[in-house]
Design a protein around this ligand. Structure first.
Ligand code: ZN
Length: 108
């Protein structure tokens, strides 16, 4: 499965997303701001692993979300061990995102 396929599967199972022509349009899981991406290329969005793969996160759909590139980058900064953010803070943030993903869940 390509990144674009995974983005589409994540959008299909997120109730904030609607298919509009060649795009999926919805809300970024992290900031709730508007986001759109091209179904074929995935251009316009970043695939988010809510629980990072380096921390045991999987490719399961309930761990995947559609986010802005900048939001993904800012989340990544939260758990950089060289930064001042604690692990507990990161874990709390991840738990909030997993809950938000569950709240938005749209069954297939
Ligand atoms: Zn965002």
């Amino acid at each position: 499965m390509t990144i674009a396929d995974k983005l589409s599967r994540a959008a299909e199972t997120d109730a904030t997303f609607q298919r509009v022509g060649p795009d999926w349009i919805g809300k970024c899981l992290i900031c709730n701001g508007p986001i759109a991406f091209d179904v074929k290329t995935g251009e316009g969005a970043t695939l988010e692993h809510i629980r990072a793969r380096s921390r045991g996160g999987t490719d399961d759909l309930d761990n995947l979300a559609v986010v802005h590139g900048r939001c993904n980058w800012e989340k990544g900064r939260r758990w950089d061990p060289k930064k001042r953010r604690s692990t507990a803070d990161y874990d709390e943030f991840v738990a909030r995102l997993l809950q938000k993903r569950a709240d938005r869940w749209r069954g297939m």
